[in-house]
Ligand binder design. Structure first.
Ligand code: GAL
Length: 370
């Protein structure tokens, strides 16, 4: 609350001084050096470009810049790691803690859109947005670009045609993330590398599995679902999907769904694929309650490399996971924000790699998480 009051006060003082300095501009315009640097970039009502001023910005100036960060849902385990690291790194880079405002979209697009409106009204210098619904990207982009504020999307990748629009219009908008296809492929490979003999407990010649999906609107969920199985079929395995359920990235839902599947399909389930680790943790609870044992009569994989899960990979209670590098992603997002503020600009799509985590390298990964 106190922080918010200070932030609002700082904002109004800053806005007032800028209005004086610029000889008056639209109240909604960013207090930032507005650095949509191309002619086509800024819609008519945007603040006058100040590319030269932006380009001259130095690290020292970052202390006065305001960053608005929208997270789709604070209770998400992975996004908690992400936002914590993002704030830490922004501060390391020279932003003032009180100028970084991170808000919880509570998994509701209307709530998040209202938060974006408030950030625009407050004249933030850059927005970092983890959309609730990827399909809202074009509306959000139009709004933020219209206010002449640079925009870095994180974690939920907008569609290719939306990204094409940023490039076509040369807007200061980019996406920072990892290619979810790679994470799915790695999950499939972790299982495939065990070999059919080890996995095919019921000896029907197939890998019998259940799939617990994240939010289906999200490409991470779509690609992990598709590519984990594709990796197996590409490697020549026959697969048999016993069940596919939506767990919305959530541990409790994951536990519930896997408990149901286990009671329905029993020992026929050989592999439990979860689109993320939170759901894999839930799955593990249900597997254990059903008297099954990972590595002995069932296999379980997730994605993210949450500390707890990596520890379970070491102990053998979870077969494997895939490291979703929140360090690289949050640092890339902050660096992209800085590049916009300083006028350096960015590519429209900035990627990093996932990493496979099995018993072989789990300790190393665990050490790197500390
Ligand atoms: C994924 C991550 C999930 C969840 C999701 C939210 O990349 O693996 O655990 O955080 O993002 O969009």
């Amino acid at each position: 609350m106190f922080k918010k009051v200070i932030a609002i006060m700082t904002a109004s003082v800053l806005a007032a001084s800028i209005l004086v300095g610029c000889g008056g501009s639209t109240g909604a315009s960013s207090s930032a050096p507005a650095e949509q640097k191309t002619e086509e970039a800024a819609p008519a009502e945007a603040a006058e470009p100040a590319a030269a001023e932006a380009a001259a910005a130095t690290d020292g100036d970052l202390a006065t810049k305001k960053v608005g960060v929208c997270i789709y849902q604070f209770s998400d385990n992975f996004m908690t790691l992400f936002r914590t690291e993002l704030e830490k790194y922004l501060i390391e880079k020279g932003f003032a803690k009180e100028n970084i405002t991170i808000v919880d979209g509570a998994n509701d697009q209307a709530t998040q859109s209202g938060q974006i409106d408030s950030f625009i009204a407050d004249g933030v210098d850059v927005l970092i947005i983890n959309l609730v619904n990827s399909s809202s990207a074009s509306t959000v982009t139009d709004k933020v670009v219209g206010a002449n504020i640079p925009l870095v999307y994180i974690n939920r990748e907008p569609a290719a045609d939306e990204q094409q629009r940023w490039a076509d219009n040369n807007w200061n908008v980019c996406y920072v993330g990892c290619d979810a296809r790679q994470s799915g492929t790695y999950q499939g490979e972790i299982i495939g590398d065990l070999g059919l003999d080890a996995v095919d407990f019921n000896k029907n010649g197939k890998i019998d599995y259940i799939m617990i999906k994240g939010d289906p609107e999200n490409v991470d969920a779509q690609y992990r679902t598709e590519f984990s199985i594709k990796a197996l079929t590409d490697a020549g395995f026959e697969v048999n999907k016993l069940d596919e359920q939506v767990g919305m990235w959530d541990q409790v839902k994951g536990a519930e769904l896997v408990a149901n599947s286990l009671s329905q399909y029993g020992n026929d389930i050989e592999v439990v694929f979860c689109n993320n680790d939170a759901m894999a943790l839930g799955a593990l609870q249900s597997i254990q309650s059903a008297g099954r044992k990972v590595g002995t009569d069932i296999y379980l994989v997730g994605v993210d490399a949450l500390t707890e899960v990596v520890e379970y990979v070491i102990s053998g209670d979870i077969t494997g996971t895939v490291f979703n590098d929140h360090f690289a992603q949050s640092h890339n997002a902050a660096d992209a924000a800085i590049n916009y503020i300083t006028g350096a600009g960015n590519e429209h799509n900035i990627q990093c790699d996932y990493k496979k985590v099995t018993k072989d390298n789990a300790q190393e990964i665990l050490d790197s998480l500390k």
